[in-house]
Design a protein around this ligand. Structure first.
Ligand SMILES: C[S@@+](CC[C@H](N)C(=O)[O-])C[C@H]1O[C@@H](n2cnc3c(N)ncnc32)[C@H](O)[C@@H]1O
Length: 261
């Protein structure tokens, strides 16, 4: 089968499976088996494609594209991605942006990433702020193993710890950054979420628990769509100053920060 035929067939099957972006996903998969990029596909449409079926079947079963490809870009980093940890999301890049802004002007900032997952936030921070001392904590040993593999692959040095985020946050930091679990229940969500670890998704009240525990100059949290005002009110009630909400690139309010006076 040529790449052109494979693209048409993959798009048709992914659309039938209910995948939201069947053409884009088909392009990612075909590019992956050809060892090229999506933009490189145009020059390879007449090439023969092999080894696509298994990957296509996984995506048809609604396994996240990032798990099927095994690698996913986050800010400047290609991260290994698999079912041990959440797929890094684009809105989390805005969280990193804010954490970097808050750490700006602090020499050798001590930054804690609560719920380090694949290592996305901690490693992006270290990559973009090389003098930072970055620690990542997670309750999931699986996630920590993946984060360690990513740190190793990328040659970035961060401290990784097993344990509860709130306890770590209480130790005293310049910045505590967190993308904690904030999904109430997994009914009526996209099937892709069913492939991701429940411990990474399901949670309520985690922002407040962290905000109460944190001893830090700044906290900065990712929040679910529609949660920003409520989390901002929690920070204000707890005495945080300069409480600010930032929208992600799609304009949705997804990051809340505050400073401890
Ligand atoms: C939404 S995921 C975020 C993963 C990664 N930071 C990212 O943004 O892609 C939440 C992470 O928090 C971890 N987690 C859940 N409860 C925790 C707790 N009490 N203390 C530390 N980590 C926790 C989960 O294992 C998961 O890796």
């Amino acid at each position: 089968m040529t790449a052109r035929e494979a693209l048409a067939e993959s798009e048709r099957r992914l659309a039938a499976a209910g995948v939201e972006t069947p053409r884009v996903d088909a392009e990612w998969l075909v590019a992956h088996v050809l060892g090229t990029t999506r933009s490189g596909l145009a020059a390879r449409l007449d090439d023969e494609v092999a080894g696509l079926e298994q990957l296509l079947a996984r995506r048809e079963a609604r396994e996240p594209l990032a798990y099927v490809l095994g690698e996913w870009d986050f800010r400047r980093l290609p991260l290994k991605t698999d079912a041990r940890a959440l797929v890094p999301r684009p809105e989390t890049e805005t969280l990193v942006e804010r954490a970097l802004a808050l750490a700006d002007g602090i020499e050798r900032p001590r930054i804690l990433d609560v719920g380090v997952g694949s290592g996305a936030i901690a490693l992006a921070l270290k990559d973009e702020r090389s003098d930072a001392q970055v620690t990542g904590v997670d309750v999931s040993a699986d996630a920590l193993a993946l984060a360690a593999e990513n740190a190793d692959r990328l040659g970035l040095t961060v401290e990784l710890r097993h344990g509860d985020g709130a306890a770590a946050a209480a130790e005293g930091w310049d910045v505590v950054v967190a993308n904690p679990p904030y999904v109430d229940d997994l009914e009526d969500v996209q099937p892709e979420l069913g492939w991701e670890p429940e411990v990474a998704l399901l949670g309520s009240g985690e922002h407040e628990r962290l905000a109460r525990a944190a001893r830090a100059q700044f906290v900065v949290f990712e929040v679910g769509d529609g949660q920003a005002d409520q989390v901002a009110a929690v920070l204000e009630r707890l005495g945080y100053a300069e409480v600010t909400i930032t929208a992600d690139l799609t304009g949705r309010a997804r990051v809340v920060e505050g400073r401890l006076p």
